[in-house]
Design a protein around this ligand. Structure first.
Ligand code: HMH
Length: 220
C-alpha cells in the first residue's frame, strides 16, 4: 500500500509551522553551543510541570486505545510510553538538583498553563482515539525531531546538555515516535472526514503550543 500517510501529508502541508516547532531558535542555540544556561534551566523547570500534566493525558490515550482499538499492539506501545514517564519524572528531579533548580518553587508560565489546559481537554471521553492518538504522536515527535537535531551532524551542543538531547533524540525514542505515527495513520485512514479534519486542527494546535513553549523558555 503506497497511499501517502495522512500525518506525513500534514507535515508537508504545514511545513513552515512544523519547522518553527522543530528548528526553534532555542534548539538551534543548543546545537550551536550559544545557549544561555539560564534559559535551559527555565525550560527544565517548566517542562517538569508539563510532564506531570502529560501523565494523565497519556493514560487517557491508553484508555481510549483499550476501548476503541482493535489492534492489540497499540495498547502495548502506548503503555510503554506511559510506563516510561515514571523514569522521566525522576530524571527531571535529578537534573534539576544538578542545575540547582528548585522544582517545588516553580510557577507555570502562561504558555505552559495553556498547553496543559489543551492536554486536559483530551481526557474527556467524547474525544475519540484517532484525534487523541494524533495529538500524542505530534507532541512526542516535536521533541524527537528537535533534540535529535542537537546530536546529529556537526553539532556544538554543550556536554552538559547532551544527556537531555539524547533523552528525546535517541533512536529508540525515534522508533517509538514512528510506531505512534503508524497508529495515527492507520486510525486516520479509516476515520470519517470530520474526525480527520479535527485531527488536522489538533496537529496544528500542538505545533503552535510547542512554539510558544520554546518561546517561553528562551525569552528573558
Ligand atoms: C512541551 N512537549 C513538551 N514537553 C515534552 N516533554 C514533550 C513534548 C515530549 O514528551
Amino acid at each position: 500500500d503506497d497511499e501517502q500517510s495522512p500525518t506525513a501529508t500534514w507535515q508537508a502541508k504545514h511545513r513552515e509551522l512544523y519547522e518553527r516547532a522543530t528548528r526553534h531558535p532555542f534548539i538551534l542555540s543548543i546545537r550551536d553551543g550559544t545557549v544561555d544556561f539560564s534559559s535551559f534551566k527555565r525550560w527544565l523547570g517548566q517542562d517538569y510541570i508539563f510532564v506531570r500534566e502529560f501523565v494523565p493525558f497519556v493514560f487517557s490515550v491508553l484508555l481510549k486505545s483499550w476501548k476503541e482499538s482493535e489492534i492489540k499492539s497499540d495498547m502495548e506501545i502506548i503503555f510503554g510510553g506511559a510506563a516510561a514517564l515514571s523514569d522521566e519524572l525522576s530524571w527531571f528531579k535529578n537534573e534539576a538538583s544538578k542545575w540547582g533548580v528548585d522544582l517545588c518553587g516553580i510557577t507555570p508560565f502562561t504558555a505552559n498553563t495553556e498547553y496543559c489546559r489543551f492536554l486536559q481537554s483530551f481526557t474527556t471521553l467524547d474525544i475519540n482515539y484517532t484525534v487523541a492518538a494524533t495529538a500524542f504522536w505530534a507532541i512526542e515527535t516535536v521533541y524527537q525531531e528537535s533534540f535529535s537535531f542537537c546530536i546529529e551532524g556537526d553539532h556544538k551542543t554543550p556536554t552538559e546538555l547532551l544527556g537531555t538531547c539524547q533523552r528525546w533524540g535517541n533512536s529508540d525514542f525515534g522508533q517509538y515516535c514512528k510506531s505512534l505515527q503508524q497508529i495515527a495513520d492507520r486510525c486516520l485512514k479509516k476515520a470519517p472526514a470530520d474526525v480527520v479534519r479535527m485531527a488536522e486542527e489538533v496537529f496544528v494546535s500542538v505545533l503552535e503550543h510547542e512554539i510558544e513553549f520554546w518561546n517561553m523558555s528562551s525569552s528573558e
